[in-house]
Design a protein around this ligand. Structure first.
Ligand code: NAD
Length: 480
């Protein structure tokens, strides 16, 4: 079996304690590799490497345009090896291969997009008074920590690390323990470039060990955390003890809001994909459908038909729907289904494990539509992280807005209507970081700022907005 090493200070290393853990294929349960179980000592080593590199002449004097050129090469290397990296991601996460390919392409796009910004980060001059020249410098923040979830491992590490490197920082990344392989693959690619050793480090390990140690480390300058609300809150508390800034990208319970005049055929495609993608294990999954009472029956009939025809199989088989991550996630989903049944909910389709030929090695869950829940119930409020959608009908625009805003989350929302005035009016009233009108996701959108309102987190990733996370502003005033 493959025995992996982590990547610290430009070297491939075992963990200090010489311990390992297994990473498995969610489609089959097959062990893919043994991965070093990094702990506090390994985090110390990686943070020290990132600090030394950050303060080195080699990195301080590194020409920003050259950073950009190297990042373009990283993007090209990801694309060149797209098929095998996609397969690796598919094995580690269970997602269908086509989705694995899209993730690799998205990772390449992050490096490409931020490469173009590497030499375009500057401050401004500020009029103060005659005889004073006042200007700002936008400087790199320093050693940046990146804690990554298991659902989009490569995309998410690329999303924040590319922005951090473009702005001249160094990186210590901690991938999720369930899906560490593509972060190590990215390290292999970066290792082949001329970036100074220590710019990019990956420590593999458990959240409670390596993750917690990274967040508590006094010598990091910023934490980007992507994951659950519960862990995000613990990360923020740890950061607070050392007064470190955090960017939190957390969960969602995102609504698609369908008005009576919407294009139902168009909506059907996006709404069904928004809950099927990555088996619903997506922060921005369209897990709530808010629909005008007058079109509810007609639309739900078509939606159930569509979801029941979804093909299910192992990631490598590249069908519509792969497995959920593991038994623990499956048990969690079953718990939500039981609660919904106890609350008298009606299942329009799904609600059970899918048990077909060749599916016994993983936990495959049927696409599920639940009706009849109270909007305040646990199942209506909580992120389930499964191909499970809860439906609520409304009569008026006000009611739709109230339902859309009626959870503690606020990540994404979709509005479906042909009435442009209504679309903009509703968009302005929805408390979510991204609002889509007559689409959902706009194809990924590396360029579009992304992040949450309320418990979905704060700070923005993607787009130029993300560069703010990784730079700090200095004001200089000169008297002449
Ligand atoms: P999680 O919170 O369990 O874990 C996320 C990461 O945090 C992992 O690397 C884990 O090892 C680490 N971790 C765990 N405990 C830690 C601790 N005490 N200190 C530091 N790090 C710790 O989340 P998950 O189950 O891997 O991912 C699913 C969640 O991520 C969902 O809620 C999903 O909505 C969210 N997510 C959000 C976005 C976004 O951009 N908003 C994107 C993808 C996923």
């Amino acid at each position: 079996m493959d025995n992996k090493k982590m990547y610290v200070a430009g070297e491939w290393q075992d963990s200090v304690n010489l311990e390992w853990f297994e990473t498995k294929d969610p489609s089959t349960g097959t062990v893919l590799a043994q991965v070093p179980r990094g702990k506090a000592e390994d985090i110390d080593r990686a943070v020290a490497a990132a600090r030394t590199c950050f303060e080195s002449e080699a990195w301080q004097q590194f020409h920003p345009a050259e950073r950009g050129r190297i990042m373009q090469k990283i993007a090209a290397a990801l694309r060149e090896d797209l098929e095998s990296i996609a397969l690796l991601e598919t094995h580690d996460t269970g997602k269908p291969l086509t989705q694995g390919r899209k993730d690799v392409e998205a990772a390449a796009q992050y490096f490409e997009y931020y490469a173009g910004m590497a030499d375009k980060i500057f401050g401004e001059t500020i009029p103060v008074q005659p005889g004073i020249l006042d200007y700002t410098l936008r400087e790199p923040i320093g050693v940046t920590a990146h804690i990554v979830p298991w659902n989009y491992p490569l995309q998410i590490i690329a999303r924040s690390a590319a922005a951090a490197i473009a702005t001249g920082n160094t990186v210590v990344a901690k991938p999720a323990e369930d899906t560490p392989l593509t972060a190590l693959k990215l390290a292999e690619i970066i290792d082949q470039t001329t970036l100074p050793k220590g710019v990019f480090n990956v420590v593999t390990g458990y959240g409670s060990e390596a993750g917690a140690a990274l967040c508590e480390h006094p010598d990091i300058d910023h934490i980007t955390f992507t994951g659950s609300v519960q862990t995000g809150s613990a990360v923020m508390a740890a950061a607070a003890r050392n007064v470190k800034p955090v960017t939190l990208e957390l969960g969602g319970k995102s609504p698609n809001v369908l008005f009576e005049d919407c294009d139902q055929e168009e909506a059907l495609d996006w709404v069904s994909r928004s809950i099927i993608q990555n088996a619903g294990q997506t922060c921005s999954a369209g897990s709530r459908l808010l629909i005008h009472q007058s079109i509810k029956e007609e639309f739900l009939h078509k939606l159930a038909e569509r979801l029941e025809s979804v093909s299910v199989g192992k990631g490598e088989d590249d069908l519509d729907l792969g497995p959920v991550l593991n038994e623990k996630q499956y048990e969690r989903i079953q718990g939500f289904m039981e609660t919904a049944r106890n609350e008298g909910a009606k299942f329009r389709c799904g609600g059970h494990r899918e048990q077909g030929d060749g599916l016994s090695g993983g936990y495959f869950f049927q696409p599920t539509i639940i009706e009849g829940l109270s909007p305040e119930s646990h199942v209506s409020q909580e992120e389930i992280f499964a191909p499970v959608m809860a439906v609520f009908a409304f009569e008026t625009e006000e009611e739709a807005i109230r339902l859309a805003n009626g959870t503690e989350y606020g990540l994404v929302a979709g509005i479906w209507t042909k009435d442009a005035s209504r679309a903009h009016r509703v968009a302005s009233k929805i408390r979510a970081g991204q609002v889509f009108i007559n689409n959902y996701g706009a194809g990924g959108g590396v360029q579009m700022p992304f992040g949450g309102y309320k418990k979905s987190g704060f700070g923005r990733e993607k787009g130029l907005e993300a560069l703010r996370n990784y730079t700090v502003l200095k004001n200089v005033a000169l008297k002449y």
